[in-house]
Design a protein around this ligand. Sequence first.
Ligand SMILES: Nc1ncnc2c1ncn2[C@@H]1O[C@H](COP(=O)(O)OP(=O)(O)OP(=O)(O)O)[C@@H](O)[C@H]1O
Ligand SMILES: Nc1nc2c(ncn2[C@@H]2O[C@H](COP(=O)(O)O)[C@@H](O)[C@H]2O)c(=O)[nH]1
Length: 211
Amino acid sequence: MYLRHITRLFTAMAGPRPVVFSGPSGAGKSTLLKKLIKEHENVFGFSVSHTTRNPRPGEENGRDYHYVTREAMQAAINNGEFIENAEFSGNLYGTSKAAVQAVQAKNLICILDIDMQGVKNIKKTDLNPMYISIQPPSMEILEKRLRDRNTESEESLRKRLHAANVDMELSKEPGMFDVVIVNDNLEDAYKNLKQALLEEINKVKKTKTSS
Ligand SMILES: Nc1ncnc2c1ncn2[C@@H]1O[C@H](COP(=O)(O)OP(=O)(O)OP(=O)(O)O)[C@@H](O)[C@H]1O
Ligand SMILES: Nc1nc2c(ncn2[C@@H]2O[C@H](COP(=O)(O)O)[C@@H](O)[C@H]2O)c(=O)[nH]1
């Protein structure tokens, strides 16, 4: 009885295991994770990254990203405020310690949406997340999705497709990801994602009902 109480207390203090989403730009990470958070808002929380890129129509400061200048972001990086950061397609992106702590303080599964450099850097930390790769069915479909999204200049599109090719190669490295989900049909991909996370979802639900 006493041991069970201590174990429960320790689990609550450590917080549930975070989940890292990675994969080429345009593969469907945001689409899938937004669905997941909407369906399980008491289970998952999004780690709001910082970026120097401009907001897209419909994006909100503090919800999708913290939009900052390069000078401000570099100063915060130098000040040790980030767990990881990377240059992607001409802009800086990074996960602040505060962003992850804000989610963990609510005892939610912290979701990080980060590029491959971020994955490599997170692996050097003690965050110990589950790593999920979201991949497109083909590079042709990826390009079409990115073009149809209408968010990128031709230059940015070129950089993102180049990074996507590198990503797809690196993701083949054994042990890089715990789960790979090919996002062809959206509903199928979402079903596979929920299946992969079922155990973690149930763990969080259980701690919430027992506390
Ligand atoms: N299964 C799917 N079938 C068709 N279109 C999709 C599918 N999944 C996502 N999309 C569309 O593809 C585009 C890219 O998806 P999304 O923005 O979620 O990708 P992302 O991986 O988050 O990209 P980024 O890394 O650039 O933020 C969006 O317009 C989205 O609506
Ligand atoms: N290493 C990090 N990568 C990040 C972070 N936040 C987002 N990203 C990745 O950047 C690209 C482009 O995102 P977009 O919103 O401009 O399309 C994408 O692959 C994201 O996963 C971060 O904090 N660190």
